[in-house]
Design a protein around this ligand. Structure first.
Ligand SMILES: Cc1cc2nc3c(=O)[nH]c(=O)nc-3n(C[C@H](O)[C@H](O)[C@H](O)COP(=O)(O)OP(=O)(O)OC[C@H]3O[C@@H](n4cnc5c(N)ncnc54)[C@H](O)[C@@H]3O)c2cc1C
Length: 302
């Protein structure tokens, strides 16, 4: 008997090709994601004991460019990431900043080469919004000098300093007035998101700023505060670095009083009343020198 084979329909051929390609693609991706790393991680370790030294440099050859010779390159080419390790972004390069001139030169280099610029403190803002593809990154961590103005009860601090640097500098007499719930962040990164801490009476970081110096994209430097350039002040505080580079800041400081924590369970409906009567105004604090009535968030003898 002569059995005639049915011709394979073109639909079946196409469907088979699609399935095989999809399987091959998935296999490749699974293999890629589960493979051993091929180089150094481009994001910081979560725990200090795992931290490799920060001296490793990635060198990718790029065409030599004029003002680039003046810059301290931490990395040319390569990638940057934030603390989440999920925002791997290719960059033109990363420049180490230790002086105002470094920032000026970096901005000039960026203008000459039509590059976008972003600043990086300790890179704890996650989501990728702090980076831009192929941009020039200013690593601000080395720009961290602090000066105490005791008579004014302020400090002048460069924007790469962390709150930890500042607390160590101020201890034991003074303390930071407003910062996040931990001290790991940079001053520039904190102002750029107008961070808040746990003390509702201290307000956000922006409320403790007396004045700032900001470098604009053209390299000019402006004093920025509530009287001088007030519009720029309100844009830079919470402005995610989009309006200029924060150079240094005059920040209000407070006495290093010791707070005593306490907790009580309350019915949520009663909380507004308790907040008004007990927490906001009349609560007493144990200060380093005794028990005094609390006035607008500070231990005070008056
Ligand atoms: C574990 C954890 C706890 C947190 N707790 C709090 C909290 O209690 N309260 C709160 O409000 N937030 C909190 N945050 C959010 C945190 O305050 C922000 O992510 C903050 O921006 C981190 O500072 P950074 O130095 O890492 O900034 P980065 O992530 O390095 O930078 C943040 C932004 O600031 C800009 N920037 C940095 N330096 C400058 C500069 N010199 N001039 C201009 N722009 C600059 C950058 O371009 C970027 O857009 C927390 C985040 C984490 C991960």
């Amino acid at each position: 008997m002569n059995q005639q084979r049915k011709p394979i329909s073109s639909k079946k051929v196409i469907a088979s090709i699609v399935v095989v390609s999809a399987l091959a693609g998935t296999g490749y991706e699974v293999n890629r994601l589960s493979a051993d790393p091929v180089g150094e991680k481009d994001c910081p370790p979560l725990f200090a004991e795992n931290a490799a030294s920060d001296t490793s440099e990635i060198n990718v050859e790029i065409a030599p460019l004029s003002a680039g010779d003046l810059l301290k390159w931490k990395q040319k080419g390569g990638t940057i990431n934030d603390v989440s390790c999920l925002d791997h972004t290719f960059v033109y390069g990363i420049v180490k900043i230790t002086s105002v001139d470094d920032i000026k030169n970096a901005l000039q280099f960026a203008r000459e080469n039509k590059l976008k610029v972003s600043m990086a403190g300790v890179r704890h803002s996650m989501g990728g919004q702090a980076f831009y593809k192929n941009n020039l990154v200013l690593d601000m961590k080395g720009f961290n000098k602090i000066q105490l103005n005791e008579a004014e009860k302020t400090i002048t601090v460069q924007s790469g300093a962390t709150w930890h640097d500042i607390q160590s500098f101020l201890h034991p007499k003074h303390a930071v007035k407003a910062m996040q719930s931990t001290d790991i962040f940079s001053v520039g990164g904190s102002i750029s998101v107008n961070a808040h801490g746990m003390d509702h009476l201290a307000g956000s970081v922006g409320s403790s700023i007396r004045s700032m110096r900001v470098m604009l994209a053209d390299g000019s430097i402006l004093n920025v505060n509530r009287e001088e350039n007030p519009e720029l002040f309100s844009l830079v505080v919470g402005g995610y670095g989009l309006f200029g580079v924060i150079l240094d800041v005059d920040l209000e400081i407070v006495n290093n009083d010791i707070y005593q924590t306490e907790r009580q369970l309350v019915r949520y409906k009663e909380f507004p009343e308790i907040f008004e009567s007990e927490i906001l105004l009349t609560r007493t604090l144990v200060c380093s020198t005794g028990i005094f009535p609390r006035r607008r968030g500070r231990c005070s003898m008056r």
